[in-house]
Design a protein around this ligand. Structure first.
Ligand SMILES: O=P(O)(O)OC[C@H]1O[C@H](O[C@H]2O[C@H](CO)[C@@H](O)[C@H](O)[C@H]2O)[C@H](O)[C@@H](O)[C@@H]1O
Length: 350
C-alpha cells in the first residue's frame, strides 16, 4: 500500500482513538515529570480511600522503575531498531482486548484493529493466544497477521523451510495447507484426549452456576470469573478430580481461569522462536522481536527473549507483578498508543 494511502488512512483515525491517545500522552507526561512532586506544598490529610489509591500508585511507580513504560522509553528502545527487522508478537486477551466477564464477547475495538493493521503493513506481526486459532481470527479479522492458537500449539506459518527447530517434533506435526501456509501442531495426538476431558468437565461441573468451559482445541479453559466465590473450591476439586485420570495433561492458571493443556515442551516462547525461524528472522543480530502480553503464559515468551538477549518483552499490567518483562504498558489503550507510535516511527523514517 502506498504511503499516500497510509497517511490518508491515518488522518481518518476516528476521534475515540485520538482521545485515548491524548489521554495516554497526558498521563505519560505527568509520569515523566513525577520528580517535580517533591516541590509541591504538603497536601492536606487525605481520606482513607485517597490514601489507599495513592499508595497503590506509589507501589506501581516503584515497580515501573524496574519495568519502565514502553511509551516513555519508546525513543530509547527504537534507537537500536533502525538497522534491524522489527517483528511484532501480540497476545490477544488483556492486550488487544480488555478483560470482560464473557469470553465470547472479548471484542477488539475498531481503533485497536486499525492500529494492528497499520503495524502489520510495516512489520511481520503475529498474534499468539491461548484461544483456538480460528476464534482469534474471528475477533481480529485481519488477513495480514499470523495467527497462533492454543498457547502456541496451533501455528499457521508461511510456506518456508525450517532450520534446526525441533526436527523430530516438527516432522510429525507439520502439515502442508496448500497456498495458505504450513500448519504446525505439535500436540496433535492429544486432540482426542482433550475432547474427552472437555466433555467430562462439562458434565461434571454443570451444576455450578456461572462456570464456562471453553474448548480451545489443544487446551481447555475452565472459567470461574462468573462463579460465586464460595463455589470456587468446589469447582477446583472437580477439575482436580477429573484430571487425576489424565497425567499426560498439565494444569496452569490464568486470569480467573484454570487451563488444561498437553504436558509437552511447547509454549508461547517456543512458538515465538519457531515463528522467528520460519519467517526467516532467526538471526539474533538482525532481528528485533517485540512481545506484548499480559498473562502468565506470556512469561514463557518473555523468558525466551531474555535468554536470547534479544528484543523487548513488554508486560501489560496496571498493578505491580512479578515478571520477566523489561518494559510495561498499563492497559490495552496504552498498547494501542504504542502500536501507533511504532507505525509512525517507521512511516516517518522510511
Ligand atoms: O493468551 P490470551 O490471548 O491472553 O488468552 C488467554 C485466555 O484468555 C481468555 O480468558 C481471559 O479473558 C476473558 C475475556 O476477557 C475473561 O473472561 C477470562 O476471565 C480471562 O481468563 C480466553 O477466554 C481463554 O480461553 C484464554 O486461554
Amino acid at each position: 500500500m502506498g504511503l499516500e494511502r497510509l497517511r490518508a488512512q491515518e488522518i481518518e483515525t476516528n476521534s475515540t482513538e485520538k482521545e485515548v491517545i491524548d489521554e495516554n500522552e497526558e498521563r505519560i507526561a505527568k509520569m515523566s515529570s513525577r520528580d517535580c512532586r517533591c516541590d509541591e506544598p504538603t497536601r492536606e490529610l487525605q481520606s482513607n480511600e485517597d490514601a489507599v489509591e495513592s499508595s497503590a500508585e506509589e507501589a506501581y511507580a516503584a515497580w515501573m522503575v524496574k519495568h519502565p513504560s514502553a511509551l516513555i522509553a519508546f525513543d530509547r528502545m527504537m534507537s537500536i531498531a533502525k538497522e534491524k527487522m522489527v517483528v511484532v508478537f501480540l497476545d490477544y486477551d488483556g492486550t488487544l482486548s480488555p478483560i470482560v466477564d464473557d469470553p465470547d464477547r472479548a471484542f477488539m475495538s475498531d481503533s485497536m484493529r486499525s492500529a494492528v493493521n497499520k503495524v502489520a503493513q510495516y512489520f511481520p506481526t503475529c498474534i499468539i493466544s491461548g484461544r483456538r486459532r480460528d476464534k482469534v481470527y474471528e475477533f481480529v479479522k485481519l488477513t495480514n497477521v499470523y495467527y497462533v492458537g492454543s498457547h502456541g500449539m496451533d501455528i499457521m506459518a508461511p510456506l518456508k523451510p525450517v532450520d534446526e527447530i525441533d526436527s523430530a517434533l516438527h516432522e510429525q506435526a507439520i502439515k502442508e495447507k496448500g497456498n495458505e501456509g504450513v500448519l504446525f501442531q505439535p500436540a496433535e495426538e492429544y486432540l482426542p484426549m482433550i475432547e474427552e476431558v472437555y466433555s467430562e468437565l462439562k458434565e461434571k461441573t454443570k451444576e455450578i452456576q456461572g462456570v464456562l468451559i471453553e474448548n480451545n482445541k489443544f487446551c481447555i479453559s475452565v472459567h470461574f470469573r462468573r462463579v460465586d466465590e464460595e463455589d470456587w473450591s468446589l469447582l477446583e476439586n472437580q477439575v482436580m478430580d477429573t484430571m487425576k485420570n489424565y497425567p499426560a495433561l498439565l494444569i496452569t492458571r490464568g486470569r480467573k481461569v484454570i487451563e488444561i493443556r498437553p504436558s509437552i515442551k511447547w509454549d508461547k516462547g517456543r512458538a515465538l522462536e519457531y515463528l522467528l525461524e520460519t519467517l526467516g528472522f532467526g538471526n539474533n543480530d538482525e532481528t528485533l522481536p517485540l512481545y506484548i502480553g499480559d498473562d502468565r503464559t506470556d512469561e514463557d515468551a518473555f523468558k525466551v527473549l531474555q535468554r536470547r538477549g534479544q528484543g523487548y518483552p513488554i508486560i501489560v499490567s496496571s498493578v505491580p507483578k512479578d515478571t520477566e518483562a523489561s518494559y510495561s504498558l498499563r492497559d490495552p489503550s496504552e498498547v494501542m498508543s504504542f502500536l501507533l507510535h511504532l507505525f509512525r516511527w517507521k512511516r516517518d523514517s522510511s
